[in-house]
Write a protein that binds this ligand. Structure first.
Ligand code: RB5
Length: 244
């Protein structure tokens, strides 16, 4: 199991305690928070941890500030992130079962009835229930705006023009079928590769105008199915896994 953590100066002690606790349970921890009491801004810390989490490979994340409130507000403004601020072990279990939260958030200056360690255990021990809870999560995610994930590619040079055409048609059909079911799938465009050197605004403009840019919602399982097919007919993803 792998966890990413970040904290501000309001929770250095608790962060260290939880790092040690997780490590003692054999959980691998990536600590991106501050390790001393000098003041830092919690939105910067939340952003760092969420960006790292979104690169993939993490089971969940933990954010900490003085109360946990600032960190949870900041994290929940980042597309693709659901952060829960549990009051006790029951709420921590629900954060998994009902909310399938990406992050648990704690306050270093809060006296909890159940310790953060107990809440972490309750979260880890729970399973997402899916069903109506998935529908509710999707409705919540719908409130997010913008591209979630952009993948660019060039077709394999061994493909004939006709094969490229037919592969593009198949990709388009598959992804259009996902449209509406995947919050955040805003558009699908395919054409030539982007210049690899493009950065910032130029890159963004190219993404929005270039037909070789594909926006898909990164965490949806159906994305993986589509991505497999795309991989089988393309090479050199020019700008893979690019987050806006
Ligand atoms: C920092 O003093 C404090 O405001 C911060 O840690 C957090 O509690 C914000 O919600």
């Amino acid at each position: 199991m792998k966890v990413v953590m970040a904290n501000d100066h309001g929770a250095v002690g608790l962060k260290k305690r939880l790092c040690a606790y997780l490590t003692s349970k054999g959980i691998s921890v990536v600590n991106l928070g501050t390790d001393d009491e000098s003041a830092v801004d919690y939105p910067d810390m939340a952003e760092k941890a969420c960006a790292e989490y979104l690169t993939g490979g993490y089971d969940f994340g933990i954010l900490l500030c003085g109360t946990g409130i600032g960190m949870s507000i900041a994290a929940n403004k980042i597309d693709g992130i659901r952060a829960a601020l549990p009051q006790n072990a029951f709420a921590a279990r629900m954060a998994k079962e009902h909310n399938n939260a990406d992050f648990l958030v704690f306050g270093g200056r809060i006296d909890y009835v159940d310790s953060p360690e107990m809440m972490i255990d309750a979260f880890i021990g729970a399973e997402f229930a899916g069903g109506r809870h998935l529908r509710r999560i999707e409705k919540t995610t719908n409130a997010e705006t913008g591209f979630k994930h952009i993948v660019m590619w060039s077709f394999k040079s061994s493909l004939t023009e006709d094969e490229k055409k037919s592969a593009f048609g198949k990709i388009k059909t598959e992804l259009e079928a996902l449209n509406g079911r995947i919050p955040g799938l805003l558009s699908l465009k395919v054409r030539s590769p982007l210049p690899a050197s493009s950065t910032g605004d130029i890159l963004l403009e190219s993404i929005l105008t270039d037909e070789n840019a594909l926006a898909i919602y990164q965490t949806h399982p159906d994305h993986l199915k589509a991505a497999d097919f795309i991989r089988s007919v393309t090479e050199n993803r020019v700008c893979a896994d690019f987050f806006l």
